[in-house]
Structures are given as C-alpha cells and as structure tokens.
Design a protein around this ligand. Structure first.
Ligand SMILES: [Zn+2]
Ligand SMILES: [Zn+2]
Length: 275
C-alpha cells in the first residue's frame, strides 16, 4: 500500500505564499514567500522539519513567492527549481547561479518520486508557471497567480485529484474598494489575478470524477471575503454535478488543512473491453 501524497498550503496571499507537498517521505515546497523561521514554524505544525525539504519549485519571481528563498538555500542548501527567466529575476535577491536547477516551461522533470509539469500561466511576471505534481497515482494542480483561465491552464488542471487555485477578489468588492484605478486595472487585467467568479467557472470546467479537494488561494484581504470565495466555487461545483468536492480555504497567517491524497481507487473500473 503506497503512502498517500500530503498537501498543505502553508501560507497564501500577497504577504507570502508557500505550499508543501510530500510523497513517500520526499517533501517539496512550491514557492517560499515566508521567512525561513516562519516556514519552519508552519512546517512544524504539521510535523515536518524544514531541513528535510528536498527542493523548492518557484512559480515566478514576485516577492510574495520568493522572499524566503535565499536564506533557505544558504542555510539548508535546498536546490531551487526555476525556469531561466525566473532565475534571472532572482539573481539580485542573493541567490547564486549554482542554487538553481533550471527547467523549461512545458517540459516535465523529476524531483524524487514526483513528476513535475510546469505550464505557462498569464501573469505579469517574467515567465510565470503553474505546476502539476504527479506521484503514486495522484495528481495535484497548482496555479496561484493567473490573470485569466487560459486554455492551457484548464487543460493541465483537468483530471487532478486536488487543485490549488487562486480566488483573489470578488468583482464587486474590487470595483467598490478605494484602491487606485490603475492598481484595480492591474489586478483585474488578463495578466493580473483571478476573481472568485473566474475561479469558480474554471474549477467547475475542469472538475472530473476524480477531483476531491480544492484549495482557494491568494485571497485578497481588502477585496475578498473567504465566505464569498467559497460560496462562488461551491455553487459552481454543485451546478456542475460535483457537489461532493471539498472546498478548503487557505490563510495568510496560518497553514491550511493538511490533506492526504491516496491513489484513486473509488472510481469504478471501466467495463471489460472498454479503454
Ligand atoms: Zn505574482
Ligand atoms: Zn502572488
């Protein structure tokens, strides 16, 4: 019996982002937007030692995703997986070239038991990506900063067992808020952040029978409410006949639920002769 994959969103939002995924004793981080100390503390709450983390995957170079990266690498020597453009955007953050294991967006690579598939996402960074991590028959899709639900994002998230997706803002709260119009435009634009409504439609569109858990990530403090984000996504899933999917919140100041994702065995096998 294989060990289940574990997934926990350690921090989410414009103040810092980090996601922990573990398979067969190999733990990796997607983004490291918290201080080393804070990352260590939050991993400690789920019984994981920061020094044992095998790798960090970087989605893009924005500070809320990378601010703990240099210290993490210096103290623990944890390798940093990034594409070339993102790495070039990180040199001035004190990360030396040898810290990096470069990947190509669109090309799968391995980290321990994981197959990592980085895919392009629309966002105002140098070469931003989302990731699908596969191991032990389980697939988790992660896309936390994206301006709009581009076709390749839908394609990659379809069929996942768990999805971490941005639900950044409520359309009305953003329109009515007192942010500068240009900032509102950046957030709303095709390379900014995903609204609750867009996240709901995206999740409903990619939800297959195997989808069990959805984490709502990168919620705006000013322009969103957790209950609005959750209601939008739960409503869309119900309307799509996928009301059984667990919709979970993520937080700026604490870790989310830790879920265990066993290889799918509850899906009925195809009848003999049907592939
Ligand atoms: Zn970003
Ligand atoms: Zn971000």
């Amino acid at each position: 019996m294989a060990m289940p994959m574990k997934i926990c969103v350690l921090a989410s939002g414009s103040s810092g982002n980090a996601i922990y995924v573990e398979e067969a004793g190999c733990g990796i981080l997607v983004d490291a937007g918290l201080s080393r100390r804070e990352l260590g503390a939050r991993l400690g709450t789920i019984g994981v030692d920061l020094g044992g983390v095998s790798a960090v995957l970087v989605s893009h170079e924005h500070g809320d995703h990378v601010q703990g990266l240099a210290v993490l690498h210096r103290v623990h020597g944890i390798p940093v997986h990034a594409n070339r453009m993102t790495a070039s955007g990180l040199f001035d953050r004190g990360l030396p070239a040898p810290a990096f294991r470069l990947f190509r967006t669109g090309a799968d690579f391995s980290v321990g038991p994981f197959t990592v598939s980085p895919f392009p996402v629309p966002h105002d960074a140098l070469d931003p990506v989302g990731f699908v991590l596969s191991a032990g028959g389980c697939r988790v899709g992660i896309s936390t900063d994206l301006g709009h639900p581009a076709p390749q994002v839908k394609e990659r998230l379809r069929g996942c067992r768990a999805i971490v997706i941005e639900a950044n803002h409520d359309g009305e709260l953003l329109a009515g808020g007192d942010r500068h119009p240009s900032l509102k435009e950046r957030i709303r634009g095709g390379n900014g952040h995903l609204s609750n409504e867009e996240a709901a439609a995206l999740v409903a569109a990619v939800a297959t029978e195997g989808l069990r858990d959805v984490f709502l990530a990168h919620l705006s403090r000013e322009c969103n409410r957790p209950e609005l984000a959750r209601a939008a996504v739960e409503g869309a899933l119900r309307a799509a006949g996928r009301g059984g999917v667990a919709v979970r919140l993520t937080f700026a100041d604490r870790a989310s639920d830790l879920i265990e994702c066993a290889a799918e065995n509850s899906v009925p096998a195809a009848p003999a002769g049907v592939l």
